[in-house]
Design a protein around this ligand. Sequence first.
Ligand code: ZN
Length: 156
Amino acid sequence: MTTPTSQATTPTVHIVCPHCQTTNRVAKADLGKATDCGQCHQSLFRGKSVALTEATFDKHLQRNQIPVLVDFWAPWCGPCLQMAPAYEQAAQQLEPQVRVAKVNTEEAQNLGARYNIRSIPTLALFLNGQEIARQPGAMGAADIVRWTQAQLAQQR
Ligand SMILES: [Zn+2]
């Protein structure tokens, strides 16, 4: 592997594009700025959650070098729908430190089964593809942000 020295001195982080699923390498210092995907030129962060499917879920979990927060939900679940606006508010606050995603367990039944999701909504936080915490039940935006940051603080 040949790595230019200029890149070796610039900490970078891999971010999976929510639009075309291309893995982008972004300078950590640029994370807070509006950064576009090198492939599809759409914004890597939109201040809203990313709907993941069985086809895209693993790539986002494995390739993102930032934590991934997942809301396991379903359209028939009243508390899930009630929490949805709060979750979007939380996404605005957590990005770009955290990729905020959601999984419709009615469509992605294999994912619900794989992670043994017994009640919805359930929030699960992943780091480097590993689940580090989960929290069943609906929460407000401030509590979602607080819970996520508290879990991540324990990882340091
Ligand atoms: Zn893209």
